[in-house]
Design a protein around this ligand. Sequence first.
Ligand code: AMP
Length: 283
Amino acid sequence: MSGCRLVHTAAAIDSPGGILVPTMGALHDGHASLVRQAATLRDDDVAAGRPRRAVIVSVFVNRTQFNDPADFARYPKTLEADLLICQAAGADCVYAPDQEDVYPPGQVVAVPPLPAAATDPALEDALRPGHFAGVCQVVHRLFELVQPSAAIFGEKDWQQLTVLAAMTLQQNLPIVIIPGHTIREPDGLAMSSRNRFLLPLERATAPVVFKALAAAGTQATVAGAEAKMHALLTAAGLTVQYAVVRDASSLLAIQTGQPARALIACKLGSIRLIDNAPWPLMP
Ligand code: AMP
């Protein structure tokens, strides 16, 4: 694999389809928790006498999923620090391909047909046109290059997780999609590579997003929950892009008896924050 930086040489060789953790780098403890989760799966397999699967972390900032060129240009790149985090979290291999490895000049890298979750909810799909086409394109391509048996994606990007699970099913790929819990700062702010761009006052305000999700979780109705989120976010000076309660898998209107999710996207200064939580929240 060109671009593969081996952390534990022997372990990554001759293993069956590995457990892939796709990232764009600038790793934080949220990413590390996904790698630890993959390492636990690997170690459980070994303890149960099943073949050892390598834990592979991909680090690739994918231009095609950025709808804002300035956001792509300033995306943080910290590969040497990322390697240390991956090693400490139990990765066998870090795959950091070049642009040409993923998108070879002269070769068309197909965008798979987009599942409904990528086009119909009018959430990230509406706010970031072309984003999920880029995400599906790069993940499908990484699956082709790495040939994993499983891949872990964070619940932090809930719509992305549902889109990729649906794409994998739709394409009939032999890959298990595994969700990973959102890791938060002690004050509730979901960890994100972009948090480093928050100004001190913005950083102090940002936990209101998690507080709004928690407050929504105790409301008895969808309308009450959505109104509560809007009120708290607006009062704190954030610009709300959406603050909704939706069916957890279709991301359309909730269905009686089906799991639901509260989802927020908002802007704090120039920084976009997204987060989500189950709805209602269990006491
Ligand atoms: P990114 O590098 O932002 O593309 O994220 C790579 C993976 O890490 C995605 O599956 C994200 O959903 C996941 N992720 C990002 N932030 C967190 C977090 N705070 N906790 C857990 N997973 C996360």
